[in-house]
Write a protein that binds this ligand. Sequence first.
Ligand code: FEO
Length: 169
Amino acid sequence: MLGTKIQDAFNRQMNAEFHSSFLYLSMSAYLQALNLKGIAHWMRLQAEEEHAHAMKFFDFINHRGGEVRLVEVAAPSAKWDSPLAALEAASQHECKITGDINELVDLAAAHKDHASHAFLHWFVTEQVEEEAAVQEIRDKLKLGGDSGAGLLLIDHGLAQRTPHATGDA
Ligand code: FEO
C-alpha cells in the first residue's frame, strides 16, 4: 500500500511526465513546420517515450493499491527562436526532471518504502540517457549546425531513430 505522501508525489510526477510528452510533441510540431522532418521525428518518438514514463507511474500507483489522479496537463510553449533554442529548452527540462526523480528517491528512502525506491532506480538510470541524448543534439547544433548544411545533416541523421522496444521506453 502506498503512503499518502508517496502517492501524491508519484501522481505529480506522472503529470510531469505527461507534460514532458506534450512539450516534446509541441517541439515536434514546431520542427515539422520548419520542414526539419528528422528532428521532428526524433521529438515525436521522445514524446511517446515520455507518455510511457507517465504510464509506468500510472501502473505502479495502481499495483500498489494507490489512487491514480489525472489532472489538467499544463500547455507547453508552441514556438522557440530556433531549433537550437528548442533543444536548449529540452536539455534544461531534462535536468529539472532528473532533480524531480532524485527528490522522489530521497522521499522513498525517508519513508522506508523499498518497493518505490526500487521502482525509481529505472528512472534514475533513464535520466542519465535522457540528458545525454538531448545534450548531444543540442551540442551538435551549437557546433555550427543551427542553419544551412550542418542542420540538414543533423536532421538526416535523427530521421534514423527507431522506437524503443515495449517496456524499455
Ligand atoms: Fe521522462 Fe525525459 O524524462
